[in-house]
Ligand binder design. Structure first.
Ligand code: 2DT
Length: 212
């Protein structure tokens, strides 16, 4: 990669079991096969000390007020931002499983105010593209297996999360790509790969924006 060309910040969002993890892995593999510098990441990043508290909360071994865990999820992104920026500037594309939008969607689905939820995300790096894997009916997702092990994996709750994602998607339409999560893994991957391949050269010379 020539000097000055940055990588892209690509996010996968959607409800639990919508296929984000599979699709982000496939995209990383695909871009690597083209000789590009690519790294996978996911939020929450559970290895830091903040990440370990989040993990205890998600696995139900710890309880925290909704506002506190919300801010911990946000802090978990903030603690990684310098590293993310550095990698992008070095020309590495980052494919990230969940970001600020999960933060807002899951907390707003619990009843917290949408704008309050969004406020701590302002100033974080703005993604170049968000792939929103829009779920079919939540009970369909439940059939994909392993549903119900962690705190948020309840059908009714996932329905509320989906509504918030839909709202964000219509507000952020300029860089969100809503994709049908019920299609085959291969078809979905082909769509994602096509969009990503067009995106990379476009953003290579653009400054990195911030969430506002
Ligand atoms: P994974 O199953 O993808 O590890 O997510 N969540 C995630 C939030 O509530 N707020 C956030 O900011 C993020 C990134 C979504 C674990 C769960 O954590 C939720 C599912």
């Amino acid at each position: 990669m020539s000097a000055g060309k940055r990588g892209a910040l690509i996010i996968f969002e959607g409800c639990d079991r919508s296929g984000k993890t599979t699709q982000s892995r496939l995209l990383v593999k695909h871009l690597k096969s083209k000789g590009l510098s690519v790294l996978a990441m996911n939020f929450p990043e559970r290895s830091s000390s903040i990440g370990q508290v989040i993990n205890s909360y998600l696995t139900n071994s710890k309880d925290l007020p909704d506002e506190v865990i919300h801010l911990m999820f946000s802090a978990n992104r903030w603690e990684h931002m310098n590293q993310v920026k550095q990698q992008l500037l070095e020309g590495t594309t980052l494919v990230v499983d969940r970001y600020s939008y999960s933060g807002v969607a899951y907390s707003a689905a619990k009843g917290l105010d949408f704008d309050w939820c969004y406020a701590p995300e302002r100033g974080l790096l703005k993604p170049d593209a968000v792939f929103y894997l829009r779920a079919p009916a939540a009970d369909d997702l439940a059939n994909r297996g392993q549903y119900g092990e962690e705190r948020y994996e309840k059908v009714e709750f996932q329905g509320r999360v989906a509504k918030v994602f839909d709202k964000i998607c219509s507000k952020e339409a300029s860089y969100w790509h809503q994709l049908d999560a019920s299609q085959s893994v291969d078809d979905l991957h082909a769509q994602v790969a096509g969009i990503a391949e067009e995106l990379l050269p476009k953003v290579a010379n653009q400054p990195i924006d911030k969430l506002s």
